[in-house]
Write a protein that binds this ligand. Structure first.
Ligand SMILES: CC(C)(COP(=O)(O)OP(=O)(O)OC[C@H]1O[C@@H](n2cnc3c(N)ncnc32)[C@H](O)[C@@H]1OP(=O)(O)O)[C@@H](O)C(=O)NCCC(=O)NCCS
Length: 171
């Protein structure tokens, strides 16, 4: 029996171990980490997958913002990392985390979601690289992996994306 539950502070030690296992200790050098640097986790959308007392998956969300050449800032939600324990892969856990997270964002009428990841996986949840071709991040990124959910025509074509360190909570 697997439960998808809101991520709380007591999950953090197990999440750090899971992320080290799945991404390696160099994960903190990734652009996705720089992108959220200084931002606080969004508790309303961040989730843990539990099997009894064991944490077997997690999905974290962070407040970030996109700033166009006019200087106007608009909020986004950075999804990730998404991780599932190696011995529980292929059982739909990441998909369940994604669906629950996106349903919570939609229910709160939250900002558009952005992530850095594989389009063949995240495309099934409505993410694509089309709108982000000319977006810059605080670090290198493969533009084919910079994926926005939905079309978001109100967002700028040329833009800088950065952490929103002012917002502890978006919803
Ligand atoms: C990627 C990851 C989260 C998937 O978790 P999962 O619980 O096994 O995923 P699900 O069971 O919900 O979905 C499995 C499906 O996704 C596909 N899939 C998984 N990773 C994929 C990838 N990188 N690219 C394309 N498809 C992928 C599988 O082939 C499978 O397809 P199917 O449904 O057509 O059979 C997990 O493998 C993991 O933690 N990997 C290491 C960390 C990582 O790379 N995280 C993602 C980047 S933030």
């Amino acid at each position: 029996m697997i439960d998808i539950v809101p991520l709380v502070a007591e999950h953090h030690p197990a999440i750090e171990i899971l992320l080290d296992q799945r991404f390696g200790p160099a994960r903190r050098n990734r652009t996705a980490y720089r992108l959220r640097d200084g931002a606080e986790l969004l508790p309303d959308f961040s989730l843990a997958a539990l099997e009894g007392d064991r944490l077997i998956g997690s999905l974290q969300c962070w407040p970030i913002q996109v700033r166009g050449i006019s200087g106007r800032r608009q909020p986004l939600i950075l999804l990730g990392p998404v991780a599932v324990a190696a011995d529980r892969e292929g059982q739909g856990i990441a998909s369940a985390l994604m669906q629950a997270c996106l349903a919570a964002i939609d229910a709160a009428a939250g900002p558009p979601a952005l992530l850095i990841g594989d389009a063949p996986f995240y495309g099934r949840f409505g993410f694509a690289a089309t709108a982000t071709r000319h977006w810059q991040l605080p670090g290198p990124v493969d533009q084919n992996r910079l994926l926005l959910r939905g079309t978001a025509p109100h967002l700028p074509r040329l833009a800088w994306v950065e952490a929103d360190t002012r917002a502890a909570k978006v919803a």
